[in-house]
Design a protein around this ligand. Structure first.
Ligand SMILES: [Zn+2]
Length: 409
């Protein structure tokens, strides 16, 4: 039994978009027990005075690749798992210290990493993983170059993706990832930037392959998310039952209709395009891949703005690779250009929690939720810039009731 009491806090209610002044937040054994006014109980094991600070739920990033320790994804394949894991520990710690207490890995992370975080061997956010992303041969998860003859099974054990062709093979891959504890199934249904042999506009996987994955995920009580850029790829995936569209940069009005009709989520990842354009070469992205960025970079913010105006459910995502992980918080700035602070904050808390099927457990500061809490020194509803400089403004990081950073005074 251990109790933690945060006192004199301004609690940010991210659902209502208001500040609850001078509250104490009491947590017991990792769960929030009370958020209340009045005199805080003196019996707690640990007290932290948060006078003048704003407490909000720990942040959620719904699109990360913690094992993408280099931005040169084709090269990732030849790195030993031990080396990748050692560097992933650094990536995970960086995320936690930026205020992210839960992340959804959509390609690469596995049971071992998630378990090591849960058991406390690694300081990192709670890790919801999907195993390897499913890709067709020559698709966004197939990192073989044009000159490579290696058969897909020889290489699919490494990197972020695995290759499967045909509905039966897709079913098998889903069952295998589910066997290994996948929280969701990731599908590559259009071309991408980091894949060496496809075009961005390619449609990938046939209808029956996508439907097979959706069916297997549903059978296991989980859901599918899909990497997709073009409106054609987005629309088809949503119609076939995919629950969350990743990136979505080239969506159009017909896509927005589909999101609303099917109650699907959009997880934009503006941070990665900006970072790749600025420093992709230094980060090791091969030049022939950077050339694929094209209109995706330009279209990103406009897609977020249009989806926001239409009321599409948006979750926060970043998709950063290698040395660019440090730009994770720039997503707040990029979205703030097209959305009000509350909407961006909801994407990184309540809405992401809903997408991750953890509503009420994460993304809120309410009794019964996990004690995932951060505190900053000004009101984030006025300006999200306060979240973007954690060394100066982030004074508290608590995950599951464990304190990783506390104010010094
Ligand atoms: Zn990704």
């Amino acid at each position: 039994m251990s109790t933690l009491c945060l006192s004199h806090a301004q609690v940010v209610d991210v659902t209502a978009g208001m500040i609850l002044p001078d509250r104490y937040v009491l947590s017991r054994d990792g769960l929030i027990e009370a958020v209340a006014e009045g005199v805080p109980p003196s019996s707690a094991d640990r007290h932290i005075d948060l006078r003048g600070r704003f407490v909000l739920p720990g942040l959620i990033d719904a699109h990360v690749h913690v094992t993408a320790v280099t931005a040169d994804l084709p090269a990732l394949r030849s790195m030993p798992a031990s080396y990748v894991t050692a560097r992933a520990i650094h990536v995970l710690r960086g995320m936690l210290m930026r205020g992210f207490t839960t992340v959804r890995d959509v390609g690469g992370a596995d049971f071992g990493l998630a378990e090591a975080v849960m058991e406390g061997w690694i300081d990192g956010p709670r890790l919801l993983f999907g195993g390897r992303g499913l890709s067709q041969t020559g698709g966004h998860g197939d990192m073989r170059g044009r000159g490579e003859e290696a058969c897909d099974t020889c290489f699919c054990g490494r990197g972020l993706g695995r290759v499967c062709d045909g509905a039966d093979a897709v079913r098998h891959a889903c069952r295998d990832e589910i066997r290994k504890g996948a929280h969701h199934i990731k599908l590559m249904v259009s071309g991408g930037v980091a894949s060496p042999t496809d075009r961005l506009t390619n449609r990938q996987f046939s209808d029956d392959e996508i439907a097979a994955a959706v069916d297997e995920a549903a059978a296991a009580g989980i859901y599918t998310c899909a990497h997709a850029y073009s409106a054609a790829a987005i629309n088809r995936a949503i119609e076939l039952g995919v629950r969350s569209i990743e990136h979505g940069n080239l969506l159009d009005d017909t896509s927005l209709d589909r999101f609303l009709a099917y109650d699907a989520y959009l997880v934009p990842t503006l941070a990665t395009y900006r970072a790749m354009a600025a420093e992709g070469t230094d980060a090791g992205v091969p030049a022939y891949l950077l050339a694929k960025l094209g209109d995706v970079l330009e279209a990103g913010a406009g897609a977020v703005e249009r989806a926001h105006r239409r009321g599409v459910k948006l979750a926060f995502g970043t998709d950063l690779l290698g040395s660019m992980h440090r730009h994770q918080l720039t997503e707040f700035a990029l979205r703030s250009e097209v959305q009000p602070p509350l909407a961006v904050l909801q994407a990184a808390t309540v809405t992401a929690a809903e997408l991750l099927q953890m509503s009420g457990q994460i993304g809120v500061v309410t009794p019964g939720a996990l004690a995932d809490l951060i505190a900053v020194d000004s009101n984030p509803l006025d300006d999200l810039a306060v979240l973007q400089d954690p060394d100066r403004h982030l004074h508290l990081i608590v995950k599951g009731g464990l304190v990783f950073r506390a104010p010094q005074r």
